[in-house]
Write a protein that binds this ligand. Structure first.
Ligand code: ADP
Ligand code: MG
Length: 691
C-alpha cells in the first residue's frame, strides 16, 4: 500500500513532466501536496435563476441557447445568449475556436459558472466555464464547495484536485501523520492535522460559501501553528548546537582595533561603541557568535563590521562579508579598501559576474589563505569556494536571506569541527515579539542613534501630474551642483519590466533636461556597466541617476541630496524608508519627493504621510505593520520577516506564545517528533536535517 512519504509520481497520472513541475514547487512526497492549500472556494452547490442570482459573484446558471454569433465591433468576441425561466444572460468569449463556435447551437442546453455582471437590465458573464447538458433539469449539483488551487504553471486546478483527492485517501488508510500528542492538541485547542487537511481540501457538505473563511480559520491555524513550531524548534536547536560547538577564540588585535578607530575621520557614536563591545566580547569566546545587528539606514553598521573583521584578521584568520547585490559588494570593496589602505590586508572580491580567470585566481587566494578579507554576494558560499581559515562571517542587509541560507552558511565554515562566528546586519527594524520568533537562534544588538550632524530628510508627497515642476526642481538642484536619484515606477516584480520602465524614464528625462548628465542603472545591466555608472555618480560626473529599486539597499553617495520616487503608493513604507536613506548622508539638507498616482484613497495617503512625519525606521515599521491589513498588496517580503508556506507572522502573531511553549515541551519530551515535524516543513531537508 502507498504511504504518504512515497514520491509524488507514485500517484496516478503523475508522469515525469508533471513531477518536475510539482518538484519545482517544493512538492516531492505525496504528503507535500496536501500542504498546497486552495486559495479560495467556489460554490457550485446552488443553481440560480438568472433574475435572482447575486450580482458580482461567481454563480451557477443553466439555460437554453437562443442565439450565438461573432461580434465584430470593439474587440472580436463570441457572443452566446441563453435563457432560463426568469431572464436572459449574455455570455462573451474573447478567446475561442471554430469548433467552439459550432458547439453553441440554438436550442441546446448548457450549464455555466462564472462571475455575474449586470447593469440593472442586462446580465453578462465573461469567459464562464460551461458544459452542455441534456435539459435544464438533467444534471447533478455538487454537494460541496469546490476548492480552487493556486495556479502552477501548466497544471489545471482540476488536476490538482484529483491528486489531492488521491493523497487524502492515502492519508486516511496509511500511518498517522499527526505528530502532536493528543494532550497537546487539547491544550492548544486545535483540530488534528488529518482533520484540518481533509476539511481544507474537501469542505464539509452544506457549508455556506459566505461562512467558509470563518469555518476554515481554525484548520488553517492548525497548519500555521505547526509550521511556526517547526521553524522555531529548528532555530532553537541551532542555538543549542552553537553552544556546543567550538569557534576560534580571537584574543589578539586590541591595539589594531583602537589604532584603526583613531584613523577614522569621525567619532564612533555611543551606540556604535556599545555594539562593538558586545561583538568583540563574543569573538573572544570559544563558541561561535550568533548575533544580529539592527540599525536604521545610515546608522553606521559598516564600520562596526570593519572593526569585527580587523579583529579577526589580526588573529591571522579570514573574515568574509556577504552582501545581497553586486552593487553593494562593490561599495564595500571601496569602503574597506580605503579604511584598510595602510594596513597589510588583502581584500578579495567574489561575485557571480566575475570572469573565470579572475574568479579562479581569487579562489586560489582564498584557499591558500592569502586572502584575509573576502567580500562578495551569495557566490561566496557556493560550491568550490574553500576557505583556509574562516573565523568570521558577516551578512549585510540580512532581510534578503532566509533561515535555510543561514544554516548553509554555518556549515560552510565548518570544514573542521570549528564554526565561524556570525554577524547578521539588517536595517529593517522588527518589533520585538516577532523578532523573537523569527530569529530565535540569534542574540541581538541595536544601534539606536544616528551619527551627529545627520539632518533628517524632508519628505514631500505629490501627485504625479505635477511631474513637470518636480523635473524643474531636479534641474535646479543639479545645476547648483547637487546630485539626485530618480527611482522608477514599480510596475512589476519582473526585472525585465522594471528595467524597461527605467529605460523609458531615462530616455524621457534625457530629452527634457538636456543640460544634465543623466545615468541609468538597473538590475539587468552587466556588472561592469553598473559599476561604471556608480563610479561616475560617486565622482560627480553624473548629476541625475535614474534607477530601479536596485539601489534600495546600502548605496552610499553623500553628495546626493534629492530623491524622487515614482509610484510610491505601491511600495511598502519600510522599503521607501530604505530608499530614502540613500540621501541625507552628506552635509547639505536633503529632500525626498514621493510621487503618487491619482486617485489615492485617504488611507493610502495617510500611509505615505507617515514618512513625512518621521525619519525613525522603528516607528515607520511599527506603523506600517499596524496599517497593513490582510489582503494588502504588499506581502511579508518587505517587512524583513521570513516567508512561510502557510503561516504569516503578522496574521498569526497571536500564536507565537503558544508556539514557544509547546516547542520547549516537545524538545524536552518528544525529541523524535520534533525531527519529524521539522522534516515535514523544511523546503530543503538537507539543511534542516542536520540540525
Ligand atoms: P548603514 O548602517 O546604513 O549601513 P553605513 O555604514 O553605510 O550605514 O554608514 C553611512 C555613512 O555614515 C557612511 O558614509 C559612514 O562612513 C558614515 N558613518 C558611520 N559612522 C559614523 C559616525 N559615527 N559619524 C559620522 N559618520 C559615520
Ligand atoms: Mg549598510
Amino acid at each position: 500500500m502507498l504511504k504518504l512519504n512515497a514520491e509524488i509520481d507514485a500517484l496516478k497520472g503523475v508522469g515525469p513532466a508533471l513531477k518536475t513541475k510539482l518538484n519545482n514547487r517544493g512538492v516531492r512526497s505525496i504528503e507535500d501536496i496536501l500542504f498546497l492549500l486552495p486559495n479560495r472556494y467556489e460554490d457550485r452547490t446552488i443553481l440560480y435563476d438568472i433574475q435572482n442570482a447575486p450580482i458580482n459573484e461567481h454563480v451557477l446558471i443553466a439555460g437554453k441557447i437562443i442565439e450565438s454569433k461573432i461580434l465584430f465591433y470593439g474587440r472580436r468576441s463570441l457572443f452566446v445568449k441563453i435563457q432560463d425561466d426568469s431572464a436572459v444572460l449574455n455570455l462573451r468569449f474573447f478567446y475561442f475556436s471554430r469548433s467552439q463556435l459550432q458547439q453553441f447551437k440554438k436550442n441546446t442546453h448548457l450549464i455555466c459558472f462564472g462571475l455575474l455582471k449586470s447593469n440593472g437590465k442586462k446580465f453578462e458573464m465573461i469567459h464562464p466555464e460551461y458544459r452542455f447538458i441534456e435539459s435544464s433539469k438533467a444534471f447533478k449539483l455538487d454537494d460541496k464547495l469546490t476548492p480552487i488551487y493556486p495556479s502552477i504553471e501548466g497544471i489545471q486546478t482540476g488536476r490538482l484536485r484529483n491528486l489531492v483527492g488521491q493523497a487524502l485517501n492515502i492519508m486516511r488508510t496509511s500511518q498517522p501523520n499527526e505528530y502532536l500528542p493528543e494532550y497537546i492538541l487539547k491544550e492548544i485547542k486545535m483540530p488534528s492535522l488529518p482533520e484540518a487537511l481533509t476539511n481544507l481540501h474537501q469542505p464539509p457538505a452544506n457549508l455556506k460559501h459566505a461562512d467558509i473563511n470563518e469555518a476554515m480559520r481554525s484548520y488553517k491555524e492548525r497548519l500555521s501553528f505547526e509550521e511556526l513550531l517547526a521553524n522555531y524548534i529548528s532555530l532553537r536547536q541551532l542555538k543549542l548546537l552553537a553552544a556546543n560547538t567550538t569557534a576560534d577564540s580571537l584574543q589578539d588585535g586590541k591595539n589594531e582595533v583602537s589604532q584603526f578607530v583613531q584613523t577614522l575621520n569621525f567619532q564612533l557614536t555611543a551606540a556604535q561603541k556599545l555594539v562593538c563591545k558586545e561583538i568583540l566580547a563574543d569573538l573572544n569566546k570559544p563558541q561561535p557568535m550568533m548575533r544580529m545587528l539592527q540599525g536604521d539606514v545610515g546608522s553606521g553598521k559598516t564600520v562596526v563590521a570593519a572593526i569585527a573583521c580587523l579583529k579577526t584578521i589580526a588573529n591571522k584568520k579570514q573574515a568574509a562579508i556577504m552582501a545581497p547585490t553586486e552593487l553593494l559588494t562593490e561599495q564595500h570593496m571601496e569602503s574597506f579598501s580605503t579604511w584598510f589602505a595602510k594596513l597589510n590586508i588583502n581584500i578579495v572580491k567574489l561575485t557571480g559576474g566575475q570572469k573565470k580567470s579572475i574568479r579562479e585566481n581569487n579562489l586560489r587566494q582564498i584557499e591558500k589563505g592569502e586572502a584575509n578579507l573576502i567580500i562578495g554576494t551569495h557566490a561566496l558560499f557556493q560550491e568550490g569556494v574553500i576557505f583556509k581559515d574562516l573565523a568570521l562571517i558577516i551578512i549585510d542587509e540580512q532581510h534578503r536571506f532566509g533561515v535555510n541560507q543561514r544554516v548553509a552558511l554555518r556549515e560552510k565554515g565548518s570544514q573542521s569541527k570549528k564554526q565561524p562566528h556570525q554577524l547578521i546586519m539588517t536595517a529593517t527594524p522588527i518589533p520585538r515579539t516577532l523578532a523573537m520568533a523569527a530569529y530565535a537562534d540569534l542574540d541581538s544588538s541595536i544601534i539606536d542613534e544616528l551619527p551627529v550632524g545627520r539632518k533628517s530628510v524632508e519628505t514631500l508627497v505629490i501627485p504625479n501630474d505635477k511631474r513637470p515642476s518636480v523635473i524643474e526642481r531636479v534641474n535646479d538642484a543639479c545645476t547648483k551642483g547637487q546630485q539626485a536619484y530618480w527611482v522608477c515606477p514599480l510596475i512589476d516584480e519582473s526585472e525585465l519590466i522594471k528595467a524597461d520602465a527605467a529605460t523609458d524614464r531615462y530616455e524621457y528625462l534625457k530629452k527634457i533636461i538636456k543640460p544634465l548628465k543623466i545615468g541609468l542603472i538597473h538590475g539587468r545591466q552587466k556588472q561592469a556597466e553598473k559599476e561604471n555608472t556608480m563610479r561616475l555618480f560617486k565622482e560627480g560626473k553624473i548629476d541625475l541617476l535614474v534607477a530601479t529599486t536596485v539601489i534600495e539597499v546600502g548605496v552610499n553617495v553623500p553628495n546626493a541630496s534629492l530623491m524622487i520616487i515614482e509610484n510610491a503608493e505601491r511600495m511598502g513604507l519600510t522599503q521607501l524608508h530604505q530608499l530614502r536613506g540613500r540621501v541625507g548622508r552628506g552635509n547639505q539638507k536633503s529632500h525626498c519627493i514621493l510621487l503618487y498616482k491619482k486617485p489615492l484613497g485617504s488611507l493610502a495617503y495617510d500611509r505615505l504621510s507617515i514618512l513625512r512625519e518621521t525619519n525613525d525606521g522603528f516607528v515607520i515599521a511599527q506603523r506600517d505593520l499596524e496599517l497593513r491589513g490582510p489582503g494588502e498588496l504588499l506581502g511579508t517580503k518587505q517587512t524583513g520577516l521570513p516567508q512561510y508556506r502557510i503561516a504569516d507572522l503578522m496574521r498569526d502573531a497571536h500564536l507565537l506564545p503558544k508556539v514557544q511553549k509547546i516547542a520547549e515541551t516537545l524538545m524536552h519530551d518528544f525529541p523524535n517528533k520534533t525531527k519529524k515535524i521539522i522534516m515535514r516543513w523544511s523546503s530543503d531537508d538537507q539543511h534542516y536535517g542536520k540540525v
